[in-house]
Structures are given as structure tokens and as C-alpha cells.
Ligand binder design. Sequence first.
Ligand SMILES: [Zn+2]
Length: 280
Amino acid sequence: LCFVRGDHEVNETKVQNTVGAVELEMAEAELLAKAGTVGGYMGPVGLDPEKVIIVCDATVMNMHNVCCGANHEGFHYINANPGRDFTPTYVADIRLMAEGDPCPHCGAPIAKARGIEAGQVFKLHTKYSAAMKCTYLDENGKEQPMVMGCYGIGVGRTMAACVEQSHDADGMIWPVAIAPYEVLVVPVNVKDEASFAKAEEIYNELHKVGVEVVIDDRKERPGVKFKDADLIGYPLRVVVGPKTLQTGELEVKVRKTGEVSMLPLDSDYIAAIKEMLQKL
Ligand SMILES: [Zn+2]
């Protein structure tokens, strides 16, 4: 049974670490009865330490003349005092940090901000290694169960976090390192043979030099393709159409900045595109 001040909340991880538990779960009424208490009226006074582990937050030990549950339905104690009226099995820091608490390093008040759990670490102790007889020999040649941990990175969560950090009103803006494709080639009009052939040629050239490239060869209007390109968030968009083919150029747009540049078709535009990607 864990006790904190009425305005505090229990941090389950801290409780786990204090008592060395692998997992915690809420006790049902039956288990509470066995421990000598009842939901809604739990208190540290009069509990049997043989039947239940009593964990008090350190702040509880500084309280005087407090009100707490009497472990009987409908009853509370007043003027309970730690030391005199109850003695916990463990006294530890088991409460959740709250806004305004002093920083343990510099004492300044702590501010809270929203975060995303992108990965996690669990200490599994010897629960599974003992069960599966996963052992090692210690310095005395004695078999010992290995202490296990498990570590994970959430790929989906990481991507979601990335999009949350990098987007605008038109859609996602992928960083080059994790973009599904680095470059999107858009033939403006797939029915125009010359410019479509040029677009395919650029696609193949980029592919050959190891650029992750995709071509939008759908029979859609340019506006639709451009909207989708922004929405999906390819770092670079290369546009080839009858007009730019005539002027001997291709248009490259940086998704992040919206910056558009024209590259001459008779230059080494593949090298130029690779250089732009490196700078992103
Ligand atoms: Zn600090």
C-alpha cells in the first residue's frame, strides 16, 4: 500500500524500484480485504506489516496531525502522526513530479511540457532468465540467472514525432535521412511524349546514382500532383513539362523552404540535385 500526501500522486515506476517489483497492478477488493483495508478508506495506521508492504512517500513523514483512512468503511482518523501512529516498511520518494517543484540540480521551479514516448527501457531483473534457465557462471563458478533488460524504439511513434516537429499547412516535410523518397519527379503532362521521356530519363539517372527517387506518372492535373507532393512531403520536387523542356530547363523545388530553382538541362543537373539534398 502506497501513501502520498492528498495533493500528490503516486509514480508507479518509483514504487516498482523501491520494492523491487517487476510489475504492479491495482488490487481488487478481495486483496484489499486480505491486506486489512478497504477502498476509499485506506490509511497507514493499524496495518499489519506481515500482511502488506507499506510504502510512504518521504513527504508523508514530515506531516503532523493528518487525516487518513481508518481501513474501515465509513471511518477516518484525524491527528495521525508518522512514527507514533504508523511505521512504514519503506520510506522513499514515490510521488510524481509536479509543476513548480524545485529542480534537484539547481532548485529552479520545474515546468511541464508535452512529450512523446518514442522509445523505452525496462529492467526485467531475473523474472524471465530464471524461468528460462538463462544463466552465466560467476567468479566462483556458480550458476546465476542473467539480469535482463529490454529496449525499444517505436518506429511509428518516431515518425509521428518527426511529422509533429516538421510540417506546414500543406502537409508533411520529411527530413532527407528518413524520407520515404528523397526526390519526386513530376512529369506535368504524361501525354506529352518528349517531356515525359525526359522525366523518365531523369528518374533513371537519379536512381542510378543512388538517389531514392519516385516518379508521379499518374494521368492527373499538375495541380493535383503538386498538392500531393506537398502533402506527402518529399524533400525535393523536380518538375518536367513541355514549357521547361522548350527553355532547356528543369524546375526544382525545396519542400522545406518553398525555394524554386531552374537548372539548365545542358548542365550536370544530377550532381546539382545531389548537392541540394546534401545541404538539406
Ligand atoms: Zn535545474
